[in-house]
Design a binder for this molecule. Structure first.
Ligand code: NAD
Length: 325
């Protein structure tokens, strides 16, 4: 099999490439990544000379390049995106361009291969944020939850999900979508909550908690997410969507306290800052469909995963320090 992985130099994509090369030694991977601030070839230094791996620096919105890459690809795994909500609030243009137009360009190229008679499969990586916000008592999101995106980031991801489904219904392109909850683990850019807080504390800085820290997210280790994507590629049905979650609902304050505990520090290191505009209160994922149909189950306990992640950032200061300057 030959996979086109987009955004493979980012957090989840680089973990996916490591996972795939380890578990599928016969397969080949082309990693298409434009290397925005979030793309980092250091994440893949250990595989850069692996003959099964090939890096292409380029933009998913570049139709000529994407059409050139597509003809011998069996599976597209589409991670590339602008991914940080706070950045989308400041400037939404890149989010619409990459997340919507980039997805359309990839779909169009895959569709051209498919209608020419060559089998191809398209898996789109999406987020639980497309479903909007839950109250503390609402039922968790599942595959039937109506879309209600509320940030420019989640709106652009929702639009891309709709395009993926449109290419299935209109052209029959074999597609699957996963809507996953918040990921954590190694190689996450230190602007996101968990790596930001861990690295701040290593540097002796305080951690900025939005509002009263009451917002709740469902956390999943990146390896569990990638195991879920693998199961979808193996057993998922074309045209279907699968919600993936970690069964670990935690408020931002709970996460902060756990990280402080791991680092041997106390509440004096917390700095409460004004809340994010339009901050969704709660996300939570019901992954019964993925469990029943694919056998998906997160394997990494949140506290263990967090401890390993904190240790990874402690022992890999050379990876993240340049990113915080
Ligand atoms: N991080 C999470 O918690 C989470 C949760 C659910 C879903 N997702 C989704 O997973 C995917 C990956 O997220 P991440 O956290 O790894 O993101 P990331 O920001 O760490 O990485 C994104 C990668 O995409 C690349 N990229 C951006 N624009 C590009 C373009 N125009 N052309 C080619 N490459 C481009 C970047 O260089 C980077 O390497 C995204 O689609 C995101 O929406 C993320």
């Amino acid at each position: 099999m030959k996979l086109l992985v987009t955004g493979g130099a980012g957090f989840i994509g680089s973990n996916f490439i490591h996972y795939w090369l380890k578990n599928y030694p016969e397969d080949q991977i082309v990693n298409l990544d434009v290397l925005t601030y979030a793309g980092n070839l250091e994440n893949l230094r250990d595989v850069e000379n692996d003959p099964r791996y090939h890096f292409v620096k380029g933009d998913i919105t570049d139709a000529t390049l994407v059409n050139d890459l597509m003809p011998d690809i069996d599976i597209v795994v589409h991670f590339a995106a602008e991914s940080h909500v706070d950045r989308s609030i400041k400037n939404s243009a890149d989010f619409v361009h990459t997340n919507v137009e980039g997805t359309r360009v990839l779909l169009e190229a895959a569709k051209n291969i498919y209608v020419s008679g060559r089998p191809i499969r398209f898996h789109h990586i999406s987020t639980d944020e497309v479903f909007g916000s839950l109250s503390l008592t609402d039922k968790k999101f599942n595959e039937t939850t109506p879309y209600d995106p509320r940030s420019p980031y989640s709106a652009s991801k929702a639009a891309s999900d709709h395009l993926v489904r449109a290419y299935y219904h209109t052209y029959g392109l074999p597609v699957t979508i996963s809507n996953c909850s918040n990921n954590y683990g190694p190689y996450q850019y230190p602007e996101k909550l968990i790596p930001l807080f861990i690295t701040n504390l290593i540097e002796g800085k305080k951690v900025p908690v939005y509002g009263a820290g009451k917002n709740i997210r469902d956390w999943i280790h990146v390896d569990d997410h990638n195991r879920g994507v693998d199961l979808i590629l193996k057993k998922g049905k074309s045209g279907e969507t699968y919600c993936l979650g970690g069964s670990s609902e935690k408020s931002n304050l709970e996460i902060t306290q756990l990280i402080l505990e791991l680092m041997g520090l106390g509440p004096e290191m917390i700095e409460y800052v004004p809340d994010r505009q339009g901050h969704d209160l709660r996300y939570a994922i019901d992954f019964t469909k993925a469990k029943n149909e694919l056998g998906f189950k997160p394997q990494i306990d949140f506290k263990d995963g967090l401890r390993h992640t904190a240790l990874w950032y402690k022992t890999n200061t050379a990876w993240w320090q340049p990113l915080k300057q």
